[in-house]
Design a protein around this ligand. Structure first.
Ligand code: PMP
Ligand code: GLN
Length: 384
């Protein structure tokens, strides 16, 4: 048995959702919307289930979806991509695993930004990579030139970069992207950019993909996911966009991980990606309104929150909210005693964790947000 996986704790998202069900808690933990999805996209999938193929899809993805991904990124992010550069995967998680397995050789150094999404590190270690961490800290979570200079070495092969960032809810700015791109070029490193939250950005922001910076197109593997774009997290349809020298070995890893992804869901995602700009703007406005609702309620209730620039999440500063418990203890208490689930940030650190911040998901119906906020305010009154 491999001790890496035998000793890995259950994902904090699964653990908190299980506790939420057990205690009948309002679930503001794991990131999934509770208010439905685009009916036309789901209808397209239903139609494809009934009337189209239910056999293996092509290994690299349905040609119409590969085309749709390329067209979508041209329209929304001004990326010049050929459909041949797109590989469809079973969610971003499989895309990340395939990329890491294909690109990392034993002894290669891999840069990771903490707090880090839980799927990265175990795969890097299993591939024999040597992780090096860049620690981002609240309240500003900024990437600095000094931190990059200290982390990059001549053995740096891969940089895994998540933007918009889960869990901090930051959208990294031009200065930070410029510093990171320059460091990748200088060290001839490949960037694996997890941009699954690319459409969930607020207050007039747009995502600047790292691949669009000078010198980056030829060294970037971009990962996307339909789950976040269409509020369909259960579908697990993702993709990789990469130049052929990187895409080919990654597709070889993909062929042994999942081989292919349900064709009917692919057809529906291909249809959805072609919808007009207002569809995506409306989606952003809906999520921003939910964010504002939760932030207003909690601020009025004495909580101190950090800015939420993108993703479904907003972070709460516990000490600034008058709460002395650490993040894990607070989350454990509130799910059991106050029936509201949240996610502590410390599990997102492999070393030197920040223990003062929790993450809340606001992609919820108004009544869920109201119930969650009331429970949190009651918890603060009792625990502060
Ligand atoms: N990367 C990040 C940063 C995420 O937040 C998530 C899920 N929310 C994923 C990857 C996984 O995406 P998928 O469900 O498409 O596998
Ligand atoms: N990405 C989701 C989150 O951050 C969870 C995904 C999962 O549960 N694996 O909450």
């Amino acid at each position: 048995m491999n001790p890496l996986f035998a000793n890995t704790p259950t994902s904090i998202f699964a653990a908190m959702s299980t506790l939420a069900v057990e205690h009948g808690a309002v679930n503001l933990g794991q990131g999934f919307p509770d208010f439905g999805w685009p009916d036309d996209v789901v209808g397209r999938a239903a139609d494809a289930l009934l009337h189209e193929s239910n056999q293996y899809a092509p290994m690299l993805g349905l040609p119409m979806l590969r085309e749709a991904v390329a067209t979508h990124y041209r329209a929304h992010q001004r990326l010049e991509i050929a459909p041949a550069d797109v590989t469809v995967t079973s969610g971003a998680t499989e895309a990340l695993a395939a990329a890491i397995l294909a690109l990392v050789e034993p002894g290669d150094e891999v840069l990771l930004f903490q707090p880090l999404y839980d799927a990265y590190l175990p795969m890097v270690l299993r591939a024999g990579g040597v992780p090096r961490f860049i620690r981002l800290a609240p309240p500003d979570w900024r990437i600095t030139e000094a931190a990059l200079a200290a982390a990059f070495t001549p053995r740096t092969r891969l940089v895994i970069f998540n933007n918009p960032h889960n869990p901090s809810a930051r959208v990294f700015d031009e200065t930070e992207l410029g510093l990171l791109a320059a460091a990748c070029v200088r060290h001839d490193a490949v960037a694996l950019t997890d941009e699954v939250w690319e459409h969930v950005v607020f207050d007039g922001r747009t995502l600047r993909p790292l691949a669009s910076l000078p010198g980056m197109a030829e060294r970037t593997v971009k990962v996307g996911s339909a789950g976040k774009i269409f509020s369909l997290t259960g579908w697990k349809v993702g993709w990789i966009v990469a130049p052929p020298d990187l895409a080919v070995p990654i597709s070889k890893a993909h062929q042994f991980l999942a081989y292919a992804t349900p064709p009917n869901l692919q057809a529906a995602v291909g249809y959805g990606l072609g919808k007009d700009m207002t569809t995506f703007e409306t989606m952003r406005r809906t999520f921003a309104a939910s964010r504002d609702d939760l932030v207003a309620r909690l601020t009025a209730g004495g909580f101190s929150l950090l800015p939420a620039e993108g993703t479904y999440f907003v972070c709460v500063d516990l000490p600034a909210s008058g709460i002395a418990l650490d993040d894990a203890s607070f989350c454990d208490r509130i799910v059991r005693d106050f029936r509201v689930a949240a996610i502590p940030l410390s599990p997102f650190y492999a070393e030197d964790p920040v223990t003062s911040i929790i993450r809340l998901c606001f992609a919820k119906k108004p009544e869920t947000i109201a119930a969650g906020a009331d429970a949190l305010i009651a918890a603060r009154a009792a625990l502060a």
